[in-house]
Design a binder for this molecule. Structure first.
Ligand SMILES: Nc1nc2c(c(=O)[nH]1)N[C@@H](CN(C=O)c1ccc(C(=O)N[C@@H](CCC(=O)O)C(=O)O)cc1)CN2
Length: 282
């Protein structure tokens, strides 16, 4: 069997076309959505991600507010920029690109929860736990949207998530067990005794451990859907958690790059548009 591709790059293009229409409708009502980003330091990956986010915004009519700070920026300097964006009416929402090398919990907590386009503010993660509506974290929602748009049944599925990080694994477990998704989730991590035994039962595997090739073909149930979320750089090249041999066994695989990464950007754009639409309604 050769797996079909869960094509995040193509899905991002489709979602951008849909959102461009919603942005145009907002503009007709006098509202132009604006994305702010705060970037600290010189990490080439972070620069690429932030550049890609602003390019996406330009393509669909969202304005950009970019604050790039040197690696020497202090906690207080970054917090002052956050305060400025919290107060800026042209900024619909903004994010602090991670990693910053600073106290990220303090930075995230300082963002106005209503402008939290990353869905990572403690208030918004709390709303997710409580089942209240609010901005949702981009990568886990992007993973779910990628499955949904390829017609993969989530309700009733056995899902194994590998990784318990705050931006992917932990919120993904919460999202997938909501009534609207209705999956049964096993959350595996570095303390899991027999990872293969868990993965082998999964209809859907989400690999977000950041360990290159940790999911191998012998672990995967034939026909399963496998999402490769982990990003490592091996010899300067983006390398995922899924070993290439998995493509011979699985029914669906998301490539890495061009799988869940572009979906993170698609959900960021969705969060900005939704915040702007909410402002028109209220
Ligand atoms: N504030 C945040 N920081 C970080 C997040 C986040 O959601 N919010 N997630 C990651 C990085 N990330 C978003 O910022 C992100 C990751 C990947 C992609 C993407 O489109 N990747 C491409 C290829 C990238 C490459 O070649 O290097 C792909 O997968 O095809 C976009 C955004 C950490 N920080």
């Amino acid at each position: 069997m050769t797996a079909q591709t869960l094509d995040g790059a193509a899905t991002l293009r489709t979602i951008k076309a849909e959102l461009a229409q919603r942005v145009a409708a907002l503009k007709e009502q006098g509202v132009t959505p604006g994305l702010g980003t705060v970037l600290v330091g010189d990490d080439p990956g972070s620069h690429w991600y932030v550049g890609a986010k602003h390019k996406d915004c330009a393509e669909i009519g969202i304005t950009s507010i970019r604050r790039d700070l040197p690696a020497t920026a202090t906690q207080a300097e970054v917090e002052a920029v956050i305060d400025e964006l919290n107060a800026d009416a042209a900024c619909t929402g903004f994010l602090v690109q991670q990693p910053t090398g600073l106290d990220e919990f303090a930075l995230l907590s300082r963002v106005d929860p209503d402008k939290d386009v990353d869905g990572l503010h403690p208030v918004n993660l709390g709303k997710l736990v409580l089942g209240e509506s609010g901005p949702l974290p981009c990568t886990p929602v992007g993973a779910i949207e990628l499955l949904r748009r390829h017609g993969i049944e989530i309700a009733g599925a056995e899902v194994v998530v590998v990784g318990r990080g705050l931006t992917v694994g932990r919120p993904l477990g919460l999202l997938l067990t909501r009534r609207s998704e209705n999956a049964t989730v096993t959350l595996c991590h570095t303390g899991t005794r027999d990872l293969a035994a868990h993965v082998r039962h999964a209809d859907i595997v989400v690999a977000a451990a950041g360990v290159p090739g940790i999911i191998t073909a012998d672990m995967v149930k034939p026909g399963a859907a496998v999402l490769d979320v982990g990003v490592s750089r091996v010899d300067g090249k983006v390398t995922g958690d899924v070993h290439p041999g998995v493509w011979d066994v699985a029914g669906w695989v998301s490539p890495n790059p061009k799988g869940v990464g572009p979906m993170t950007r698609a959900m960021l754009l969705t969060n900005i548009v939704e915040i702007a639409e909410r402002s028109v309604r209220s």
